[in-house]
Design a protein around this ligand. Structure first.
Ligand code: CIR
Length: 254
């Protein structure tokens, strides 16, 4: 599989009012913008054409575009975020998605789903049941996927915000996993690359065309991914970590 495009959204000044349980301080806007610029450059270096949407001050968390849509090779699905303050974000991105996709589906209330809870492994999609994604939302997504000859299954989450807070698929049957996901039978068929708890934030990496973007400051994780044969790009995303956001959350890759 290869990605050719990505959609991102510039962080807004209201970023400081974003949702978070991290308790590691408030993000600095200028630093966030700088980190975001470097993130976009890294995606371009991986061969992606990047569409950058303008900042939207109405939605503090709107730079985390991953959550509002699931872009598959066969259709796009606009989600229905479980966080009330994020629900309106879908209306700010749907026209952009329609420019790239003929088939656009939607998750409807009472179903909720944030695509940070969805991990693509080929034609199969793992869906985390979280405080943001409910069973009804997951079922709607599985039905949509089935209509396009893809499949989905649910994974119960215990302590993480989103499924991809704790796991990342690096293609080639390799899965980065941390904490509750290390012993989850759903994932035992993968070659697990274990992320130590002290580096749990680094479980959210992204595979982009044979490179892996890794957050800066997590040497054990970086070493393990390199040892598994990947070329890595380390990026400082400290300001997004303060809002429980990681590398995957900052883009839609397709
Ligand atoms: C939120 O709580 O919704 C944002 N502050 C962070 C979203 C992170 N997104 C993701 O993990 N896909």
């Amino acid at each position: 599989m290869e990605f050719t495009k990505a959609i991102v959204r510039k962080p807004c000044k209201n970023l400081v009012h974003g949702l978070t349980n991290a308790n590691i301080g408030l993000p600095d806007y200028d630093k966030a913008v700088n980190q975001h610029d470097l993130y976009v450059s890294a995606l371009m270096n991986c061969g992606l054409e990047v569409l950058e949407l303008p900042a939207d001050e109405n939605y503090p968390d709107s730079t985390f575009v991953e959550d509002v849509a699931l872009l598959t090779p066969r259709c796009a699905i606009i989600t229905n975020p479980g966080a009330p303050s994020r629900r309106g974000e879908v209306d700010t991105i749907k026209d952009t998605i329609a420019e790239f996709y003929n088939s656009v589906e939607r998750i409807e209330s009472p179903g909720t789903l944030e695509a940070g809870d969805v991990m693509m492994v080929g034609d199969h999609y793992y869906i985390g049941l979280s405080e943001r994604t409910n069973a009804e939302g997951a079922n709607q997504l599985i039905k949509i996927l089935n209509r396009y000859e893809m499949t989905g299954s649910v994974v119960e989450l215990k302590s993480v915000l989103h499924l991809k807070t704790g796991v990342a698929y690096l293609e080639n049957n390799a899965l980065l996993a941390c904490g509750e996901f290390l012993s989850n039978p759903e994932f035992e068929k993968f070659n697990i690359i274990e992320i130590p708890l002290e580096e749990s934030y680094a479980a959210n990496c992204i595979w982009v065309n044979d490179r892996v973007l890794v957050p800066k400051g997590f040497p054990v994780t970086a070493g393990k991914i390199k040892a598994a044969g990947y070329r890595i790009i380390e990026l400082d995303v400290s300001e997004f970590q303060k809002l429980d956001g990681g590398l995957s959350c900052l883009s839609l890759r397709f």
